[in-house]
Design a protein around this ligand. Sequence first.
Ligand SMILES: [Zn+2]
Length: 353
Amino acid sequence: MDRRGIAEETRALIARLPKAEVHLHLEGTISPETLWAIAQANHARLPVGSLEELRGLYRFESFDGFVELWLAMCSCLRRPQDYERMVDGFVSECVRQNIRYAELHFTPFNHERFGFGGRRALQIVTERLLSASGGPEVRLILDIPSESADVSGPYTAGLLEEEHNPLVAAIGLGGPEQGFPRRAFAPWFERARRAGYRAVAHAGETAGPEHVREAVVDLGAVRIQHGVRAVEDPDVLKLLAERRVCCDVTLSSNVCLKVVPSIAAHPLRRMMEAGVPVTLSTDDPPFFGTDLLGEWELALRSLGLGIGELWDLNLNGLRHALAETAVIRRLFKEFEAAARREGITVDPEAEKP
Ligand SMILES: [Zn+2]
């Protein structure tokens, strides 16, 4: 991560501020070192022969390469302690960066298909998150992986209908976008909504603005992960702004996966100017060589955002959060107190949760 061009004082301020990160995949927080250790302990096969080669694999060049590594990684998780180790790594990264609220995407179906069991994986992850001390408030989003929707759609909807997990707040949609229209997932999203969950969906990353529209209109998504290609259609931007549908933007991920040709060409500011609420997150930090502090610095350095603007994006993570109102209000007060302490001015008219 290139951290040049940011004053030491600003970097320290960013590190100190309490932060919300709402677009992060739990499985995507595993570092190459941890994955290598888990694979060795489980005698699991990775498509590489050494840790050095595995580090190279984390620098993939296409979305397909990313998905391939992702599935190989899921197949390595075989013991309860592998899942606990994954959660512990996530929590310690949150503590290091002062992330006080996080929404984690988790894909139980992938753990079902590789034999560990999706419900079992979810239970271990939940218990570990609940027993972690000093970590952030967390809510979980259970994703349908698009590429196996015929099986994973009904599986995920059924799991949501049957489980009573205190951390699960929403259904989500992950996996590849190309060739998988968002409206095709409507029956399972409808089941999840009827069961009392909210809906979010990945859209407008590797496919165009019509996916963003379908996620909002056909899936009832209250937030969109990415949504950056909405800028290709002014009507879709207008739809997001009018309905206050928040887009959870991830800068390094978009550059790495070639969703945008360069960071300078990233449409984050255009989305903000169109009145679309946006947040800033990392998606899968070690896969994209970043962390949340790095993403804030990137937005300052390469997109010219000010600290006040970044702070407003940070508050959007709470304003559009999936957790219960009481939890969000408590965190919002904590964040407001930090802003006062640090002399960050907040528009008194700005939306509060
Ligand atoms: Zn994502």
